[in-house]
Design a protein around this ligand. Structure first.
Ligand SMILES: C[S@@+](CC[C@H](N)C(=O)[O-])C[C@H]1O[C@@H](n2cnc3c(N)ncnc32)[C@H](O)[C@@H]1O
Length: 378
């Protein structure tokens, strides 16, 4: 836990989930820049209606909890992080309304302030700017905030074409603010999300909401995994862990017609895409769909097979810590004799991790880029 000191107060903030020897803070220089700017420009008033987007661990929400604030995010982890930080700072969790990315952003009346943390995904930005438009008036102030390295010409073009005239601030501690003026007469191009494609060599139509992994086309690692999926009556309860648009679970479903598939992801857009794709492909079959952190909330010793293409980053933090969390929780959720199948780039060396955790690990298939590993709970 570290202390953020901003004009709105001092806040004890942590990242979520907590990790031992955490080296990263729960906020970045763009959060500080934004909060200082709001104070310097006297933009906060008692009745201000504020919309916050993509607040990683509730930093902005904690600092602005005294206003009429709605916080929108696609991330279950961000939502949990916000809860944790509210409780750490003795703030009322009901002071802010959390909405996920596919919910209506509106609050009846237009927002006075829209504060958008710029994420890596241009697709998500495009989708969010379209959704914001209906919640604005000419008096609304729209301020984007991000690190300089994440704000490109293409980022500013999206603000310009969907919201209106856009300028940026000078950089401060490698962070920048974006100021966009809402133009109600602008005629922006249609939101291109959700997008669909037909999964190669199948008739399955794959719908992808804006923040979904590999939303334009099949990922090459995913392709390699679905070419090697097991078909075995032993596997009755199958989990697609970190399901994204659900292609892995969909193909596992096709290969194992008696099995029940459980789709799990921390992204609301991912789980909604997977649900749509599964029901379209198999209207008569049932499956479960859960937004959670790794396997949190899944019954221990309940699954026969877990399929996993792990992520290499959480928010902006790159590393294999989520993979590690996914593997150790898989061990708890698998029945005795159950199997975890993992695909990864060869250089990630998941083999060593799985062997350490499970005491065994074998290679199902490999090519010059990827390896599919299998480990059994004994
Ligand atoms: C590399 S993508 C794989 C997506 C899909 N299985 C595929 O192969 O196309 C990793 C997925 O893990 C999800 N993810 C990241 N962190 C997670 C967490 N803590 N709990 C659950 N899912 C997570 C991401 O949202 C993303 O959809």
């Amino acid at each position: 836990m570290e202390t953020l000191a901003v004009p709105q107060g001092n806040f004890e903030l942590s990242r979520f989930p907590a990790r031992q020897q955490e080296t990263l803070r729960a906020w970045d220089a763009a959060d500080e820049y934004l909060l200082n700017y709001l104070q310097d420009e006297q933009l906060l008033h008692t009745n201000s209606r504020i919309l916050i987007l993509n607040d990683s661990f509730g930093t902005l929400a904690c600092a602005l909890s005294g206003y009429h604030t709605v916080s929108v995010s696609d991330s279950f982890i961000a939502q949990q992080g916000m809860r944790l930080n509210f409780s750490q700072n003795h703030l009322d969790p009901d002071a802010i309304e959390f909405r996920h990315s596919l919910m209506d952003y509106g609050q009846g009346e237009p927002y006075d302030l829209v504060l958008l943390k710029v994420t890596k995904s241009l697709g998500q930005l495009e989708d969010q700017l379209h959704r914001i438009r209906s919640c604005l008036s000419q008096n609304s102030q729209i301020i984007g905030a991000g690190m300089v390295k994440g704000i490109h010409t293409s980022t500013l073009e999206l603000f310009e074409t969907i919201i209106g005239q856009t300028q940026t601030s000078l950089a401060r501690k490698k962070a920048r603010l974006i100021f966009s003026r809402f133009n109600p007469t602008l005629n922006p191009p249609e939101n291109s999300y959700p997008k669909s494609y037909i999964l190669e060599n199948t008739e399955y139509q794959i719908l992808n909401h804006a923040n979904v992994f590999s939303r334009e086309k099949l990922d090459i690692g995913t392709r390699f995994l679905i070419e090697h999926l097991p078909a075995d009556n032993r596997f009755q309860q199958i989990v697609d862990l970190g399901c994204g648009n659900g292609i892995v679970g969909l193909m596992a479903s096709a290969a194992n017609p008696e099995a029940t598939i459980h789709f799990v992801d921390e992204s609301y857009m991912a789980v909604a895409s997977a649900e749509n794709n599964f029901h379209r492909a198999f209207p008569e079959r049932s499956a479960t769909f859960k937004v959670t952190d790794c396997l949190n909330g899944i019954t221990q010793d309940s699954c026969d097979l877990i399929l996993n293409n792990p992520p290499f980053h959480q928010q902006n933090a790159i590393g294999d810590f989520i993979a590690w969390q996914m593997f150790s929780e898989s061990k708890a959720v698998l029945k005795k004799g159950g199997e975890l199948w993992v695909i990864g780039n060869r250089h990630l060396n998941y083999h060593a991790k799985l062997k350490r955790l499970f005491g065994n690990c074998s290679t199902v298939a490999s090519n010059n880029k990827f390896v599919i590993l299998k480990t059994v709970k004994r």
